[in-house]
Design a protein around this ligand. Structure first.
Ligand code: PLP
Length: 429
């Protein structure tokens, strides 16, 4: 048997940092990443044969748990018929129809292969459709690693942002404005100063890349008003929340709180691929008609709408569309958060948690943070100790305090109880 440590050593020889996506390297929490060998239902096993209850679910996609039989069947069948054609297929049409049926704000979609690609393309489309250059994002929201989006707030309001990555020239982010999440005053000032130059505002409506932070209803209401008033497109990045917090995504959650609420553009990924490389962006027919081959905004992809990925996505959507699916998922997730909160209280540890559908977050703090700076000021040392305490007890949480967690339909009440019992021990330590 090869140990995780041996694999990590080998990996570091041939892959930068030993991983193909940075957070997998456990840099935030320290220690050796677990090399996963297989997964089934709510569980994963690493190279050493250790079993974990999985609360990452591939960072969101595995909403049915791993290896759901109906999804496996669909993938096997599709694979036998051919991996990729570079020509249109009926399944792409079916998946587009399924997405549109579930998300009323979307009249047309284009399928791509990653959330990054979808977010990047959505921004190009918003710029092309409005003829404007500026985009607004919020500190702590992640929209993939397109150059223009790797940016953090500069000093002072509405200055240019600064690149967060080497290799991104400052000129490339000069049209990206970065504001504080949930800060209405900053938003108003920004629109007052340059609202008529803004092509789009991109937001994670329930932000899972700063753990779990909801856009407040007054903030979202004002954002919608300002975008409408100034002709800027409101783009919901639902790569994480889409088909995860509710069947209609976070926009359906806000539509219940704000009458008539709809974004102008939506970006999906993660759950719609069911674990395969698949993502999408969509908008009104009018806006989408700006895309090539109909319009002047170029966008393309060799593997876009891949037949095996669309089969996986369609089979996943079919399962999650069954009546009662989200009620059960939400109840399970709530019972996890309630259980964790109780054992933390019992241990006298400051702890707050929140969830929507099958997505949750928790903080070692006394109240739920409303923006990135407050999230990053929560107790990181305690989080890291808790993470390892849980991992050692067979519970795999996201290895960084700024990441959300995910419950799948395969998690049983017994899995939740085992997790809460592990947490009680970990917190006592
Ligand atoms: C994961 C994620 C992305 C990027 O998707 P990839 O498939 O990793 O490129 C974009 N936006 C949000 C909100 C995400 O959670």
């Amino acid at each position: 048997m090869t140990s995780n440590e041996q694999l990590f050593q080998r990996a570091q020889g041939v892959i930068p940092g030993g991983v193909n996506s940075p957070v997998r390297a456990f840099r935030a929490v320290g220690g050796t990443p677990r090399f996963i060998q297989r997964a089934q239902g709510a569980y994963m096993w690493d190279a050493e044969g250790t079993k974990f209850i999985d609360y990452i679910g591939s960072w969101g996609p595995m909403i049915l748990g791993h290896g759901h039989p109906a999804v496996l069947d669909a993938v096997h069948q599709a694979a036998a018929d051919g991996f990729s054609f570079g020509a249109p297929t009926e399944r792409e049409v079916q998946l587009a129809e399924a997405i549109i049926a579930l998300v009323p704000s979307v009249e047309q979609v284009r399928l791509v292969s990653s959330g990054t690609e979808a977010g990047m393309s959505a921004i190009r489309l918003a710029r092309g459709a409005t003829g404007r250059s500026k985009i607004v994002k919020f500190e702590g929201c992640y929209h993939g690693h397109a150059d223009a989006l790797l940016v953090k707030a500069g000093s002072g309001l509405a200055t240019f942002g600064h690149p967060t990555s080497a290799g991104v020239p400052p000129e490339v982010v000069q049209h990206t404005l970065v504001l504080e999440y949930n800060n209405i005053e900053q938003l108003e000032d920004c629109f007052k100063a340059q609202g008529d130059e803004i092509a789009c505002v991109m937001i994670e409506p329930i932000c899972g890349n700063m753990n779990f932070v909801r856009a407040s209803v007054p903030f979202m209401t004002r954002l919608r008003e300002l975008c409408t008033q100034h002709g800027a497109m409101l783009a919901f990045d639902e790569v994480m929340t889409g088909f995860r917090v509710a069947l209609g995504g976070a926009q359906s959650v806000y539509a219940k709180l704000i009458p008539g609420f709809e974004p102008d553009m939506s970006v999906f990924g993660k759950v719609i691929g069911g674990g395969m490389p698949l993502a999408a962006f969509g908008s009104s027919r009018k806006v989408m008609s700006q895309l090539a081959p109909l319009g002047p905004v170029y966008q393309a992809g060799t593997l876009s709408g891949n037949p095996v990925a669309t089969a996986c996505g369609l089979a996943t959507l079919k399962e999650i569309s069954k009546p009662g699916f989200y009620d059960a998922l939400a109840a399970r997730t709530q019972s996890l958060v309630a259980g964790l909160t109780k054992v933390a209280n019992d241990a006298g540890v400051p702890f707050v948690g929140d969830s929507e559908g099958g997505m949750f977050g928790f903080f070692f703090a006394s109240e739920l943070p409303q923006n990135y700076n407050v999230v990053m000021a929560t107790d990181k040392e305690r989080f890291n100790r808790f993470f390892h305490g849980m991992l050692n007890r067979g519970v795999y949480l996201a290895p960084a305090l700024y990441e959300a967690g995910f419950v799948s339909a395969a998690h049983s009440e017994a899995d939740i109880a085992a997790t809460v019992a592990a947490a009680a021990e970990a917190l006592r330590d």
